[in-house]
Design a protein around this ligand. Structure first.
Ligand code: UDP
Length: 511
């Protein structure tokens, strides 16, 4: 199997600031194994780069079709002198019955997801060989929770293993509690709401909204058990959140899991310093300068940004309802229309006509948007989001109120967190999940609901002002968390210290 150590084109570990087997001028060596979905990959890369700013070598494992998605940020970091390596490992697609190109998660057919996860597990042996062959020896593996095979890797290397999540501790604790206290036991149906046990606050959720990681799909039942077991045995958790936003849930989750939780977010703030705001994930479908020029022409806090992340995409009739709702709201908007090319001619024509009607007021981005660049512009005043965690924490970082429109996975719990706990959101009222490319529900949210929700975060009267005030206060806390003396800054330093090179370091390296 061909493996490329991409960042080390000229050779040795010291090219990446690595030094010899003892670590040279780097203090630790973290091996990041992200899941290749962009909502997992982007924050894992940001976290790796943040650790590198504190003197640790970060090796980031990618599969070939994802290299281009992380390359700009990594190249920028390397040019700034940060010790970062990109390790590209091809997936053995044919061996798991996957078609050519299925290395790109966007191109994995839904019925072959289990095969995709098996193909990922095959990375273990070649990755181990690579790590043994390239000094310095790792001091810690940081693997996405979707990679249970990382347990064997870390055990064989005799190094500690941390589980990486881009989720809030609130979501992790709710999910853990409904499972460990069997809250769904005896419910009449998947849509029945239960109170999440073990929290001071009353939070209600249904099995349909929060089934648990990989639960509810018969072909993944065994895998789900393995994911839980491997998580329970981790040496700690690293997550894209920050302590001041949710201290009781961070403490609660650490206690429930009996392990340390390092909150290191908001990790997107790495890019405030690195001016790579516009190059996270896919190549943007709009030029960053064009986007900024458009925003520069708008009043402060007047524009609503609408995006549903990297996976969810709307059915045709839903696209039309959403577009009409945005038009009726009267507010300037940027709308990221994913998979626009997959819709029929009717929708394409609807979008063209809408664009003409709202010319100057509405900007449609067909494809990938430079999201954090947009969110951090002063003209943006609100975010209609699918409540993916990264989008939620990016909204918090920008001090923006949100309309929450969850689709699946952790999004329902994130939406509850934004609306009920943080008090910065208005929910559109979706109760059931729409699974990616599996369900074909046409209209989930009507145009009037969209219009009303947008108006309430953008105009909103006293309540709206209060939401905006809370959002801004949170943004100030987010920034303080990553600055020197802040909790996330401290946790990054603590990670480097805990996993630094030690003579004879092994699995007992955690202080
Ligand atoms: N993102 C982006 N441009 C897009 C769509 C998404 O930059 O057009 C980024 C977004 O900033 C976030 C990530 O992709 O960092 C999406 O993660 P999230 O957890 O919000 O949602 P997911 O894609 O996992 O559903």
């Amino acid at each position: 199997m061909a493996i490329k150590d991409l960042a080390n084109g000229r050779g040795t570990a010291s090219d990446a600031g690595g030094g010899g087997g003892g670590g040279g001028d780097v203090k630790a060596h973290f091996v990041f194994i992200p899941m290749m979905f962009q909502g997992h990959l982007i924050p894992a890369v940001d976290t790796a780069l943040l650790l590198a700013t504190h003197g640790a070598l970060a090796s980031i494992v990618v599969t070939p079709s994802n290299t281009g998605r992380v390359r700009p940020a990594v190249d920028f970091a390397r040019k700034s002198g940060l010790p970062v390596r990109l390790v590209e490992l091809p997936l053995e697609l044919a061996a798991e019955g996957l078609p050519h190109g299925a290395d790109d998660v966007d191109r994995v057919p839904p019925d072959l997801w289990a095969n995709y996860f098996r193909a990922l597990a095959r990375l273990r042996a070649p990755l181990e060989r690579h790590l043994r062959a390239h000094a310095p020896y790792p001091t810690c593996v940081v693997a996405d929770f979707c990679h249970p095979w990382a347990r064997e890797l870390a055990a064989s290397l005799r190094v500690p293993r941390l589980c990486f999540f881009s989720m809030c501790a609130f979501c992790l604790l709710c999910q853990h509690n409904v499972e460990r206290f069997d809250a769904y036991g005896g419910v009449a149906g998947d849509d029945e709401l239960v109170v999440v046990p073990g929290l001071e606050r009353k939070v209600e959720v249904s099995r349909a909204q929060a089934p648990g990681f990989f639960r509810g799909m018969p072909e993944f039942e065994k895998f789900a058990d393995e994911v839980e077991q491997v998580l329970a045995e981790a040496d700690g958790i690293v997550t894209n959140s920050f302590l001041e936003m949710e201290p009781e849930y961070v403490a609660g989750y650490a206690e429930a899991r009996r392990m340390k939780v390092w909150t290191v977010g908001p990790v997107s703030l790495f890019h405030q310093r690195a001016t790579t705001l516009a190059s996270r994930g896919n190549t943007a479908a709009i030029d960053a300068d064009e986007c900024l020029r458009w925003l520069d022409g708008k009043e402060p806090s007047s524009v609503v940004y609408v995006s549903f992340g990297s996976i969810a995409h709307a059915e045709e009739k839903q696209v039309v309802e959403l577009g009409l709702g945005l038009e009726a709201s009267g507010h300037p908007f940027i709308w990221v229309v994913k998979n626009a090319d997959q819709h029929g001619e009717d929708v394409a024509e609807f979008l063209r006509e809408l664009e003409a009607r709202v010319a100057g007021r509405g900007l449609l981005i067909r494809g990938w948007a430079p999201q954090v660049l947009i969110l951090s512009h002063a003209a943006v005043g609100g975010f209609v989001t699918h409540s993916g965690w990264n989008s939620t924490v990016e909204a918090v970082t920008a001090g923006l109120p949100v309309v929450t429109w969850p689709h699946f996975a952790d999004q329902f719990l994130n939406a509850k967190f934004a609306v009920e706990v943080l008090g910065v959101g208005v929910d559109v009222g979706v109760m059931e999940p729409v699974m990616y490319r599996l369900d074909q529900k046409e209209i989930v949210v009507g145009r009037e609901v969209v219009e009303k929700a947008v108006r309430s975060i953008m105009d909103g009267g006293d309540e709206g002002e209060e939401r905006r005030r809370r959002a801004r206060a949170l943004a100030a806390k987010a920034r303080a968390a990553v600055e020197e003396g802040g909790s996330s800054h401290g946790n990054l330093l603590d990670l480097v210290k805990n996993f630094e090179f030690k003579v004879g370091a092994g699995c007992d390296a955690i202080a």
